[in-house]
Design a protein around this ligand. Structure first.
Ligand code: UDP
Length: 365
């Protein structure tokens, strides 16, 4: 049996970047991937001539020029700018929170008027915000919190906004300009040929075993290489010895519609609690598609249970403390590395995932 320098468990973005760098250094790499395809959650598949993001919308954005240049070596990016719409009981608002949102919500037109209203509403929060609710009210006031944040967030995370960490809402820009760009980053776009091609090019020259569950024969796979990079759930790696970490999962409902344009934009959020899905994605708009049909996906957040795909780590106090115990075990391994959203229990965006992978390469390769 062939022996490899690296065994990588999970063929997602973190592992693929690591693999590319390892190959550049002349190392051999074997992937074991339990799914039937490469790419992890950035995997795309063509349907009706439209690239469909199978595990939820992925929009690449970064302020790190090194990371931007890195991905552009492999694929060309289009000029997509994410400008989602929020639908609250049929009222339409622009996201992220900006002058378009404020003018519609408060019937005002200038930054000064918007500031005055938000200042007044946020006065109820004294001191440093302790949870997501306080953080949100302190950023945009109670009215926007109630209509555009509370319902969406509580269905997304399955818990009260008072029990969630403030950092989650700080992902979203708040700006007093008429600018609907969802991100503040300098660089943004979607690979013209899709993310799967990016992964294919990153892992060129590696061997890949698909439909292969590492845990079905863990020792056999570990013995096939000098070092293992594990990118799966860290609690699973340690047989849940300290207990299971919390994750949020998603259920996607895809539909092909016989019409060219369903919602006029790639992402529409449904912000009230009563609608069971958080958003509808219309995939063609990520690539300015002109096809006759359209493919849409409703995204339903669900409690994660064994056997489901874990999408989001829940970085509340309890889970953070539990993760620290697993991280402590991981630190003591000398032949196993842990990287990516699941192994590091971190809400990584794609650019941060690449940064982390490159940092690991610097350290170990
Ligand atoms: N969020 C919200 N209303 C929205 C969109 C987002 O309250 O219309 C909150 C919600 O708590 C969400 C967080 O902001 O989990 C981060 O949103 P983002 O779009 O970054 O989430 P992702 O695309 O990673 O699911």
């Amino acid at each position: 049996m062939k022996h490899y320098d690296y065994l990588i468990v999970g063929c997602g973005l973190f592992g693929a970047v690591f693999a590319h760098e390892a190959r550049q250094k002349g190392k051999s790499v074997l992937f074991v991937e339990k799914r039937s395809h490469i790419g992890g959650n950035i995997y795309c598949e063509e349907q009706e001539g439209i690239l469909v993001h199978k595990y939820g919308a992925h929009i690449f954005h970064t302020s790190n020029k090194q990371v931007w240049n890195y991905v552009n070596q492999f694929v060309e990016f289009n000029n997509f700018i994410n400008s989602p719409i929020a639908n609250y009981k049929g009222e339409i608002y622009n996201m992220p929170f900006n002058m378009n949102t404020f003018s519609k919500m408060f019937h005002i037109s200038t930054p000064e008027e918007a500031r005055a209203i938000i200042e007044e509403q946020r006065a109820e929060i004294k001191g440093e915000p302790q949870n997501l609710e306080e953080q949100a009210i302190s950023l945009v006031g109670r009215e926007i919190y109630t209509k555009l944040i509370k319902g969406y967030t509580e269905k997304q995370w399955g818990r009260d906004c008072k029990d969630l960490p403030p950092f989650i809402i700080k992902r979203l820009p708040v700006r007093y300009t008429y600018d609907n760009n969802y991100f503040n980053d300098r660089f943004q776009g979607i690979p013209e040929e899709g993310y799967t091609v990016l992964i294919e090019r990153l892992i060129e020259g590696c061997d890949v075993l698909l439909n292969t569950d590492f845990f079905a024969d863990r020792q056999k796979y570990l013995d096939m290489a000098d070092t293992c990079l594990y990118t799966g759930m860290i609690d699973a790696y340690y047989d849940y010895c300290f207990g299971a970490l919390g994750y949020r999962s998603l259920r996607f409902e895809n539909e092909t519609l016989d019409m060219p344009n369903y919602q006029g934009v790639a992402v529409v959020n449904y912000n009230e609690r009563e609608v069971p899905f958080t958003r509808i994605i219309e995939h063609k708009h990520f690539a300015f598609g002109k096809q006759e049909k359209t493919v849409i996906t409703r995204e339903y957040p669900v409690d994660w249970q064994n056997g489901m795909e874990p999408y989001y780590p829940i970085n509340d106090a309890e889970n953070t403390a539990l993760y620290a115990k697993y991280a402590d075990l991981a630190k003591r391994e000398d032949k196993v590395l842990f990287g990516g959203r699941l192994a590091q229990y971190k809400y990584y965006d794609m650019d941060k995932c690449i940064e982390a992978a490159l940092a690991m390469c610097e350290e170990v390769l």
